[in-house]
Design a protein around this ligand. Structure first.
Ligand SMILES: Nc1ncnc2c1ncn2[C@@H]1O[C@H](COP(=O)(O)OP(=O)(O)OP(=O)(O)O)[C@@H](O)[C@H]1O
Ligand SMILES: [Mg+2]
Length: 331
């Protein structure tokens, strides 16, 4: 039997699901390109390792931006590499490939995803809308008439959808997510202290003490940056409450999108939603305070899926496993 492969092609990471095996890999969505040799030197984990060694000829290419394919050629190479790694080069029967695409992807973007699948030699390529895959992955029976709200907060985009009967009834993607939180912390520190910090430091601050909702016990963290005035290293302390201030604009945009989707929800589904609540998926949903913030602003019970980072890939897998029961985007 041919292998069916599901791919969550994310801005930050790529997960590959193989039918009857489950998720077989999760690697950075990254290509290390050698400018002088004009060739790819590594993809995924390997690219990450090469790039951290600081070879001056290497540039980091992220083929996926804001959840969609931004660099066709590199995305194809990346998909080919991961599919080969997942099922082997000698797989005699061509695989069927299922890729997820964010809500509201344009025709050009959708076609790019299809082409990336076919370029790998797939016998068949199917696309699934991300809110639907996220709902399946979060364990919601999205094929039932009851409506559910799923909010997938990734690295580059947030996808909010109401799904019922295997369809995204309403869905909206926003180009704000986890990476914008990190960037907002870099900006905040620069404005407030005139100190420059790396994305890596900002990411650490975000993970360790960052919050989008007031904490009962404020946390603090000390870090080092470079003073923009003197050029010297400077040590600074930042509190959770300060990160909340830094993150407020990005989190407000996410809330506005959730509210606008809820406002457009057909009244017959509202009762279900009130009862079942809002489910969060994606790495960005692990942001401290996110559940509380969404619950407070929508007044709807909000929960994070059991495996938020793997939910989308698991959902694509369930879709593959159960055959063609779900919604297919027009190709
Ligand atoms: N504990 C955490 N707290 C805050 N943010 C987190 C945490 N864990 C992961 N993240 C953030 O989650 C993001 C990655 O999430 P995910 O893997 O779902 O993204 P992606 O699927 O690659 O991107 P997208 O869906 O936008 O294309 C990163 O921005 C990362 O910083
Ligand atoms: Mg994602």
């Amino acid at each position: 039997m041919a292998l069916d492969v599901g791919i969550d092609l994310g801005t930050d990471s790529v997960l590959v699901y193989v039918r009857n095996r489950g998720i077989v890999l999760k690697e950075p969505s990254l290509v290390a390109y050698d400018r002088s040799l004009e060739m790819i030197r590594g993809i995924g984990e390997e690219a990450y390792m090469l790039l951290t060694r600081g070879d001056a000829n290497l540039v980091a290419i992220r083929p996926i931006r804001r959840g969609i394919i931004a660099d066709y050629k590199m995305a194809e190479e990346m998909v080919r590499y991961f599919v080969t790694k997942a099922i082997g080069r000698r797989s005699i029967l061509k695989p069927k490939i299922c890729l997820s695409v964010p809500s509201g992807a344009t025709q050009v973007e959708t076609r790019a995803a299809l082409e990336a699948g076919y370029s790998v030699g797939a016998r068949d390529v199917e696309l699934i809308e991300e809110p639907l895959a996220a709902a399946f992955g979060a364990g919601i029976d999205a094929g039932r008439p009851t409506g559910s709200v799923v909010v997938d907060i990734g690295a580059g985009k947030t996808d909010v959808g109401v799904v019922a009967l295997g369809y995204p009834v309403i869905a909206k993607a926003l180009r704000v997510a986890g990476d914008d939180f990190t960037e907002a912390i870099v900006d905040y520190v620069r404005r407030k202290y005139e100190v420059r910090i790396s994305d890596q430091t900002a990411e650490e601050i975000k993970m360790q003490i960052g919050t989008v909702y007031p904490l009962v016990n404020d946390l603090t963290m000390t870090f080092t940056g470079r003073s923009l005035r003197t050029g010297m290293p400077e040590e600074i302390e930042i509190s959770s409450e300060q990160t909340r201030e830094a993150l407020s604009e990005s989190s407000r945009k996410i809330i506005d999108t959730v509210l606008s989707v809820l406002e457009q929800t057909p009244p017959e589904l509202c009762a279900d939603i009130l009862q079942r609540g809002i489910i969060l998926t994606g790495g960005g949903s692990r942001m401290r305070g996110m559940e509380q913030l969404i619950a407070a602003k929508t007044r709807i019970r909000t929960m994070t899926a059991g495996e938020p980072v793997r939910a989308l890939a698991l959902g694509i897998g369930k879709y593959l496993q159960n055959g063609r029961s779900g919604y297919l985007l027009p190709a």
